[in-house]
Write a protein that binds this ligand. Structure first.
Ligand code: B1M
Length: 210
């Protein structure tokens, strides 16, 4: 089995020890962080998503896969940002209220950090009030929200409304993403949409320039 397939397999099986050893070996042998991310880690997590949906994997197993994926991301994190030093802007990022999914958000943070952004990651299950408080304290250029459940998308709307009510909306640009989100929904709530982490960097750069 080739190295990327094996990495993807370790994510599916939730084998952090094996994954770490193989990823370090692959990097020593010249694989790039980007190759390991796209062809290995993300491919594995996509398979986990399908198996979960089909009822062939359950929450405890998915958590092991998530932990394995996290470790893989920690290994490549320092390499993805290599070469960039300037601060491109300040971003407050959160997974919205009621939602505990953070792998995608962490990936978005990693890519933005690699592109020179100062990241303030508020974590998961973050209420509109806490996001508003952070915007008041940190005074970021951008606010990024992630949601993975159709039931938590509404918390994004509540947050943009809370930002408006607090008079903070005009001082920031809002970015949203996550599996159930699309451009139409983003527009409806007064936000900007990116489908993935690479796009999030492009979007942030465009918003900073606008
Ligand atoms: Co959950 N889960 N989960 N889960 N989980 C999904 C999302 C689901 C689609 C699975 C399925 O049914 N196929 C489904 C949602 C259905 C729906 O609402 N339509 C689901 C469900 C139902 C649930 C529970 C309700 C299950 C239960 O308890 N019965 C429960 C809810 C808990 C809660 O949040 N309150 C639950 C729990 C969990 C775990 C805790 C076990 C675990 C999360 C662990 C963790 O994150 N630390 C988990 C996982 C891992 C998944 C799947 C399998 C994988 C998600 C993931 O990490 N993907 C997921 C199935 C799937 O997505 N196919 C699923 C990899 C990640 C890199 O991609 O997060 O999409 P993603 O992020 C992408 C883009 O979306 C985008 O960029 C990222 C990178 O390219 N993006 C942004 C994300 N945020 C962005 C922000 C931006 C821009 C782009 O700007 C700011």
């Amino acid at each position: 089995m080739d190295i990327l397939k094996q990495i993807s397999q370790y994510v599916v099986e939730g084998e952090p020890g094996e994954l770490e050893e193989l990823m370090r070996r692959a990097l020593d042998q010249g694989s790039t962080a980007r190759e390991l991310l796209d062809g290995g880690l993300l491919d594995g997590m996509n398979q986990v998503g399908e198996l979960f949906r089909e009822g062939e994997m359950f929450v405890p197993e998915v958590l092991m896969s998530a932990r394995t994926m996290d470790l893989g991301m920690e290994i490549i994190k320092p390499l993805l940002g290599e070469g960039d030093v300037k601060v491109a802007g300040k971003i407050v990022v959160a997974t919205v209220k009621g939602d505990l999914h953070d792998i995608g958000k962490k990936l978005v943070c990693m890519m933005l950090e690699g592109a020179g952004y100062e990241i303030h990651d508020l974590g998961v299950d973050v209420s509109p009030e806490d996001i508003c408080r952070a915007v008041e304290e940190i005074r970021p250029d951008l606010v990024g929200m992630s949601a993975m459940l159709t039931t938590t998308m509404t918390a994004m709307k509540e947050t943009t409304e809370a930002l408006r009510a607090a008079g903070l909306y005009d001082s920031v640009k809002v970015m949203v993403g996550g599996a159930p989100i699309n451009a139409g929904f983003a527009e409806e709530i007064g936000a900007n949409y990116s489908p993935d982490a690479t796009g999030a960097v492009e979007l942030a750069n465009a918003l900073m320039a606008s």
